[in-house]
Design a protein around this ligand. Structure first.
Ligand SMILES: [Zn+2]
Length: 295
């Protein structure tokens, strides 16, 4: 409103000056006083100068009114409504199993094990891993009470982390893909390599703000099984859990269920057994307060 008013006043001033100049020129003609050529040029220059100033004012007023980056206007459907719990006040100890990088053939086995134990978990899916022959695993996740989160479409650092726009473009693809298959909208996500990875540091703050503005909640992890790094073993997976889980009432356990993660599936019954021995129940991340790395 304010800018429109200023523009309006500027236009009025310009028009008035123009009229005054024209009248002066007419008067000078009728009174027989000639205006020098240089005088006319000066008048025209004055008008041009004012026009330029108005144009630049208009531009700066646009950037100040819409003092938001262009990507906020992209993907008008990429919004979700979700209220994550803001704090955990239960007396219970709850563990949150989370599986990244699926779906794959291994996902079915993970789902079977979880069903057998009646445990709910969270799957952060990679869109490019969703194929015709495994998309029914997504329906199983929904029907069996698990939560689906997004772990980007490409999972390629040089694609998703070069700009906020590129990330949104990738995210929107998998967001629509999961909706087409399940009819459900996803509202939580996990960044590949976590929120504090080296690839995204130039855009991280803007990206997280934009995802939050659109209603999405980010979950990192605080117990890393390291089941997808180096050469994991049955021993290392259980040892890593014991190491990270100390003093945590609401641990988020990072595991993987891509095609290469056979060991993770094999170890899942032992992981569950260990967590139960440590006194934990299980739930999905949408029932946990958000958690992001703070380092
Ligand atoms: Zn990943």
């Amino acid at each position: 409103m304010k800018e429109k008013l200023v523009n309006g006043i500027a236009i009025l001033i310009l028009v008035s000056l123009f009229i005054i100049i024209i009248r002066l020129m007419d008067q000078s003609k009728s009174s027989g006083v000639s205006i020098s050529t240089s005088g006319r040029i000066q008048s025209l220059e004055l008008i041009a100068l004012m026009e330029n100033e108005m144009a630049s004012e208009e531009h700066s007023s646009q950037t100040s009114t819409d003092d938001v980056p262009d990507y906020t206007r992209m993907y008008p459907n990429l919004y979700t409504v979700y209220s994550a719990p803001q704090e955990m006040n239960s007396e219970r100890k709850i563990a949150y199993l989370s599986f990244d990088d699926g779906p794959s053939d291994n996902t079915y086995e993970v789902l079977d094990i979880l069903a057998e134990k009646d445990i709910k978990a969270t799957f952060f899916l990679v869109g490019s891993a969703i194929k015709k022959n495994n998309e029914d695993s997504l329906e199983r996740m929904i029907h069996e009470g698990h939560t689906i989160g997004i772990h980007t479409y490409s999972h390629r650092c040089n694609e998703i982390y070069c700009s906020v726009e590129r990330f949104l473009d990738d995210f929107n693809t998998v967001y629509e893909q999961i909706y087409d298959i399940t009819g459900e909208r996803v509202h939580i996500y996990r960044f590949p390599w976590g929120s504090n990875n080296g690839y995204s540091k130039n855009i991280k703050d803007a990206l997280m703000d934009e995802m939050e503005r659109r209603g999405f909640t980010c979950y990192d992890w605080n117990v890393d099984t390291n089941d997808s790094v180096g050469k994991p073993s049955a021993y290392s997976i259980l040892r890593n859990i014991r190491r990270d889980i100390k003093n945590k009432d609401y641990p988020i356990i990072l595991m993987h269920d891509s095609a290469i993660n056979d060991l993770s599936v094999q170890m899942l019954p032992d992981v569950i057994k260990l967590l139960e021995e440590l006194g934990y129940e299980f739930d999905t991340l949408e029932n946990r307060e958000p958690y992001q790395f703070n380092w």
